[in-house]
Design a protein around this ligand. Structure first.
Ligand code: ZN
Ligand code: ZN
Length: 245
C-alpha cells in the first residue's frame, strides 16, 4: 500500500507517460489511493506537451475510469510550464478553468514568450547539470520566474522546485506560504533536496509528495521523497497527502 492517500502528479500517454489514464487508475486503486491526479505536461513543451484539444478526450477517459473504479476519485490537472518573465504559464488564466488543479514547474524544452531568453535560462540549467555550479544572477532569475508565476496564477503545487535550475528556496517557500501553494517533494527528481526541505520548513508552507509517475507501476510510489523529508527532520504532519499513523 502507498504511504500517501492521493497522488496528484502522474503522467500518461497524453504527454510522455507510458500508460493510459485507465492504467494509472488501475494502479492507483491497487496502491490503495483514494484520489488520483492526471497532470500531463502543458502544451508549451515542444517535445511532449499535450494539446488543449485533447482535454475532451482526457475528460471522457476519466469519466470511463471513474465508473470502473468507484472508490477512486480521479481529477484532471496539468503540469504547466514556468518560463515567462510576465508570469504567464503556457496555460492561460481562461484555460486554467478547464482543469481541477494546477501544478506548475520549470522544464527544459519550453520557450514561451521570449524564446532567446528562455534558451539563455536553459543554458544556465544545462551548465549547472554539467558543473554543479550556478551564478547568483542565474539563481535570482530562476527564482523570479517562479515568484511571478505564483503571483500571476492560482497554482496549487510547484513541482520539483530547484530541479534542473537552482532557485532561492527561501523566497519561493515564503511566496508559496503567502499564496497557499504546496511545495512538492518529488520522487522522480531529487528536488526538493534535503537541504531545501530544511530551509523551506522555516516558512508556513505545506508540502506534498508526488510520484511524478511516468509509468503506471510508479503511481503512488514516493519512498525516495519521503526518505528525504525524514532526513530533513520535517514535521511529517506538514505533508498534506501523507497517511498519518
Ligand atoms: Zn516536471
Ligand atoms: Zn511531471
Amino acid at each position: 500500500m502507498a504511504d500517501i492517500s492521493c497522488d496528484l502528479h502522474t503522467h500518461t500517454t497524453y504527454s510522455h507517460g507510458k500508460g493510459s489514464i485507465e492504467m494509472n487508475a488501475a494502479a492507483a486503486e491497487e496502491a490503495g489511493l483514494s484520489l488520483l491526479g492526471i497532470a500531463d505536461h502543458g502544451p508549451g513543451h515542444v517535445g511532449y506537451g499535450f494539446k488543449m484539444s485533447d482535454i475532451e478526450s482526457m475528460r471522457a477517459d476519466i469519466s470511463a475510469s471513474s465508473d470502473k473504479h468507484p472508490g477512486l476519485s480521479i481529477k484532471l490537472g496539468v503540469e504547466a510550464n514556468i518560463i515567462n518573465r510576465s508570469g504567464h504559464l503556457d496555460v492561460s488564466a481562461e484555460e486554467q478553468k478547464l482543469f481541477d488543479f494546477i501544478i506548475a514547474g520549470y522544464h527544459f524544452g519550453v520557450f514561451g514568450e521570449e524564446p532567446l531568453r528562455a534558451a539563455f535560462v536553459h543554458a544556465g540549467g544545462f551548465m549547472y547539470g554539467v558543473t554543479g555550479r550556478c551564478t547568483a544572477s542565474a539563481r535570482n532569475r530562476n527564482t523570479d520566474l517562479i515568484i511571478r508565476a505564483l503571483e500571476e496564477n492560482d497554482i496549487d503545487i510547484i513541482s520539483h522546485p530547484g530541479a534542473k535550475n537552482p532557485v532561492d528556496i527561501r523566497e519561493v517557500a515564503a511566496c508559496c506560504a503567502r499564496r497557499g501553494t504546496f511545495l512538492e517533494i518529488n520522487n522522480k527528481h531529487g528536488a526538493l533536496t534535503v537541504e531545501d526541505i530544511r530551509l523551506a520548513a522555516e516558512y508556513e508552507v505545506s508540502f506534498i509528495l508526488g510520484s511524478d509517475a511516468h509509468r503506471p507501476q510508479d503511481v503512488g510510489v514516493v519512498d525516495k521523497a519521503l526518505e528525504r523529508a525524514r532526513a530533513a527532520g520535517l514535521d511529517l504532519s506538514r505533508i498534506v497527502n501523507l497517511k498519518q499513523t
